[in-house]
Design a protein around this ligand. Structure first.
Ligand SMILES: Nc1ncnc2c1ncn2[C@@H]1O[C@H](COP(=O)(O)OP(=O)(O)OP(=O)(O)O)[C@@H](O)[C@H]1O
Length: 809
């Protein structure tokens, strides 16, 4: 049809003059012509289009036209379903000339018409067929350059449209390309594009060519976009459909083959998973999601990587204890006896834990804070956490947070990653098999933030009672309720813990042990445990108190009992080996019961080798410029000797030995304090002229910081200036101010324990810390003389030998 059209268009353009005169009608007079309406095609003047008529009255109208001028008026209904009355017809119609007629066998007539002019309808009457009275609308608008260029633009857009469309015949493209009037271009485009009738009519009724051309350009552009979108979608749908179909058929085939071979009928495992999902007590939405995933798994090829990922995911999800809870033991008495059985002393800590357990029992909303056990290594924080689980009758899980840098380690990786896993929290819960375990977040102070996200931020959600009932692990994709989990954190120091995280925790300090406490822990817990691991009893190997004290003093230097534990284990291994070595071939079979050994302070070196710690850590021999401070580090309390030398120089202050910023400030304060009190201490005010002051803290590998070294710096500086020694058995701690006050410090017990370990006999502390002495075990305070001062000058006078400061001393 469109082929014929273009031929006719060509023919017409050759004989245009003759034809136009043939059916030219005069304007301004009324014409009475046969009339019919069409409802889909809109014929513009100067365009050719076929119409089909089957209605008897329309056929009569056509026959009447053929008998006369071959002219016919074609009108456009406002509502296609209603009558052809004037009211239901647009007043502008088109006068057409009939070019060709073809009667089809079914009685339908196909007429090829050419639009001649737009006409204004005035009446429509009916007598066997419709007759219209109309006037020619004569508005020959001149074609200006703007219109011409718009026509060119539209032609280009149409070429693009036809190339994307792909099915528009070449002849039509050529016809449009040859269209040189707005009517022709509009008419032809409306004829070949699937524009709605309402849009075509809008163009037909609009007499302003420029508006019409601009609108058709926009319409064509949007048609192009629609086509592109359709093609894109079509491509994707096709691809998807092909893959799904292929997978489905392959899956079905595999099932068939397996059936014949008598193998598993559920190769993807989806049926089994569906049954398991059905049993989970989840909310409807989450269950639907899992069911959908299991159904998808069923359609995938069982051996495909995608199926592998999905199966592992679903298996992980169904194995989680969504509603599996253990019963809590509610007896506080029992809890107390379990805590006492498993840990020596720790009275304060156990007491706080029992309070905490009691409060949890009444805490229906589960909003009690998380417990954070803080203290030096090896003081039993981890094992105390385990005891809390035992005393509550709950399962226990431990997550080591040391070195965790990536948020995904807490919250999991999205399952699409290769080798993706849930985060540590969900893994720990899965391991315990219940949703209300005690989970120990070990070394919470060792997490580190990195570019991959801040694990502390993820932990905030885990520990927040307001949020943790909908904790979403990236791998799981559905929320898991953590509100029943009892979290306990451990840390060596509170400083590195981000403030918002610390805010969610209740801090419980676990302190270092005295030698006597360590000996007791060794006798009651460490030795029996270690003996058990090698299958012996205390009837076979025993330790004298002196041997244990020797291990503590000469082989360990720690606040906790970790190294003590290690050394006891080494002793036992050594004894077992020595006994086996005594055994010779041919002897009676070796029996463990035959071992009899007592570890004493005399034979200890045979088993453990030479002492690791020299006899007296702090030697009696003293030098000017040396002062023994006490510091609190992550490893507990420690002695911190400080050395100061003055040498010829340019007044520089040199600090070495990994001193932190606060320590550096303490050094500045000490120098300023001494300078401003020269007279008081009998020091030359120009003592720092032409000299460099070098301050050094030995054991440079350990980072030291904090303000409590103020008094140590000051005393070492005065000692260096005055070339007078300070008693090395006196250890000291205290922050100083420029005006000479001695301010209180923290961690006194740990510091004094360290001083005692190192053989100090005297400890100088700020007066404000006097009240803390009562927390230090008596066996330590009995051995140490405390000197308390509120002012730096008093402290300095007490540290140096009489006569050092002349009249002031
Ligand atoms: N008071 C105590 N009574 C009995 N055993 C103890 C006591 N304190 C520590 N231990 C034992 O010492 C060993 C080390 O303790 P644990 O691992 O719990 O230390 P920690 O404080 O968690 O150390 P870290 O800070 O390095 O994690 C354990 O075997 C523990 O049972």
């Amino acid at each position: 049809m469109k082929n014929l059209l273009s031929k006719l268009q060509k023919k017409k353009s050759k004989t245009g003059q003759e034809n136009s005169t043939r059916h030219q009608l005069t304007s301004n007079i009324k014409h009475v012509l046969p009339y019919l309406t069409i409802g889909e095609t809109v014929i513009f003047p100067n365009t050719i289009a076929p119409i089909f008529i089957s209605n008897q009255s329309d056929i009569k109208a056509f026959e009447s036209s053929m008998e006369k001028s071959k002219n016919i008026v074609i009108g456009y209904p406002i509502d296609k379903k209603k009558s052809k009355s004037l009211n239901n017809t647009y007043k502008t119609a088109v006068l057409c000339h009939i070019l060709q007629v073809l009667k089809l066998p079914d009685g339908t007539v196909r007429i090829l018409v050419e639009g001649v002019n737009k006409v204004k309808l005035s009446t429509i009457t009916f007598n066997e067929f419709y007759i219209a009275e109309c006037k020619i609308i004569n508005n020959p608008i001149p074609i200006d350059t703007k219109t011409k260029s718009l026509i060119e633009v539209i032609k280009k857009i149409f070429t693009e449209y036809s190339s994307i469309h792909g099915k528009i015949p070449e002849e039509v493209v050529t016809t449009i390309d040859r269209s040189d009037t707005p009517d022709k271009i509009l008419g032809n485009i409306c004829f070949v594009t699937p524009l709605p009738y309402a849009v075509k009519i809008k163009y037909f009724l609009e007499n302003n060519n420029l508006i019409n051309l601009e609108n058709i350009a926009v319409t064509l552009k949007s048609e192009i976009e629609i086509l592109r979108l359709q093609q894109n979608l079509h491509g994707r749908v096709k691809k998807n459909l092909e893959k799904t179909q292929r997978d489905y058929f392959l899956n079905e085939q595999i099932k068939e083959i397996n059936k014949e071979l008598g193998k598993d009928e559920d190769p993807s495992g989806s049926d089994q998973l569906l049954k398991q999902i059905e049993k989970l007590e989840l909310n409807v939405k989450d269950k639907e999601k899992l069911t959908k995933d299991a159904n998808r798994l069923n359609k995938l090829q069982p051996m495909s990587p995608e199926a592998g990922i999905l199966r592992t995911y679903l298996e992980t999800v169904v194995e989680l204890p969504w509603n599996n809870k253990s019963e809590d033991l509610v007896s506080l008495k029992k809890a107390k006896s379990i805590l006492n059985d498993e840990h020596y002393n720790m009275v304060k800590a156990k007491d706080r834990i029992l309070d905490f357990i009691a409060v949890r029992q009444f805490d229906v909303e589960k909003k009690s804070p998380v417990l954070c056990l803080v203290g030096p290594p090896g003081t039993g924080k981890t094992s105390l956490g385990k005891s809390v689980a035992n005393s509550l009758g709950r399962e226990f899980g431990r997550i080591s947070l040391g070195g965790v840098r990536d948020e995904a380690e807490i919250r999991g990786h999205r399952k699409t990653y290769i080798g993706a896993l849930p985060g540590k929290i969900i893994q720990a819960i899965k391991k315990t098999g219940v949703k209300n375990p005690v989970i120990l977040l070990d070394e919470i102070d060792k997490i580190a933030a990195e570019y991959k996200g801040d694990p502390a931020a993820a932990l905030l959600e885990v520990l927040d009672p307001e949020q943790n009932h909908t904790f979403t692990d990236h791998y799981l994709e559905i929320p898991f309720d953590l509100s029943d989990v009892l979290f306990i954190a451990t840390a060596n120091s509170l400083n590195p813990i981000p403030a918002p995280l610390l805010d969610r925790m209740e801090v419980l300090e676990i302190q270092g042990y005295t030698e006597i406490e360590k000996t007791e822990i060794a006798k009651r817990f460490i030795i029996p445990k270690q003996l058990k691991t090698i299958g012996l009893t205390d009837a076979q190997i025993s330790f004298t108190d002196d041997s244990l004290l020797k291990i503590i003093r000469k082989f360990t230097r720690e606040s906790g009992v970790r190294n003590l534990n290690r050394n006891v284990a080494s002793v036992l291994r050594k004894i077992a080996r020595l006994k086996l070595e005594e055994f010779e071939e041919g002897d009676e079979p070796f029996k463990a019961e035959d071992i009899k050994f007592e570890v004493t302070d005399e034979n200890l070196n045979d088993l453990l080798g030479d002492d690791k710690i020299p006899d007296e850590d702090i030697k009696d021999s003293t030098v000017p410029g040396l002062s023994v401070g006490l510091a609190w580090t992550q490893l507990g309390g420690t002695v911190l000797p400080l050395e100061i030398v003055l040498s010829k120089g340019k007044g520089r202050i040199i600090l070495t030995g990994q001193l932190g910023d606060v320590m550096k400030e303490s050094a500045q304060i000490a120098i300023s304090y001494v300078k401003s009190n020269c007279e008081l201490f009998g020091i030359d005010p120009d003592f720092d002229k032409d000299v460099d002051i070098h301050i050094h803290a030995p054991e440079g590998a350990i980072k030291k910081d904090g303000p409590s070294a103020g008094i140590t710096m000051t005393s070492a500086l005065i000692s260096a200036i005055k070339q007078t020694c300070i008693n090395k058995k006196t250890a000291m701690t205290g922050e100083i101010t420029l005006t000479g006050q001695l301010l209180p410090i923290g961690g006194l017990k740990e510091k004094v324990l360290a001083a005692a370990r190192n053989g100090s006999t005297d400890v100088l502390i700020p007066l404000a810390n006097k009240k803390d002495i009562k927390d230090i075990p008596k066996e330590i305070t009995d051995k140490i003389t405390f000197h308390t001062h509120s002012r730096v000058d008093e402290a300095i006078f007490s540290l140096f030998p009489k006569g050092t400061f002349n009249k002031n001393s």
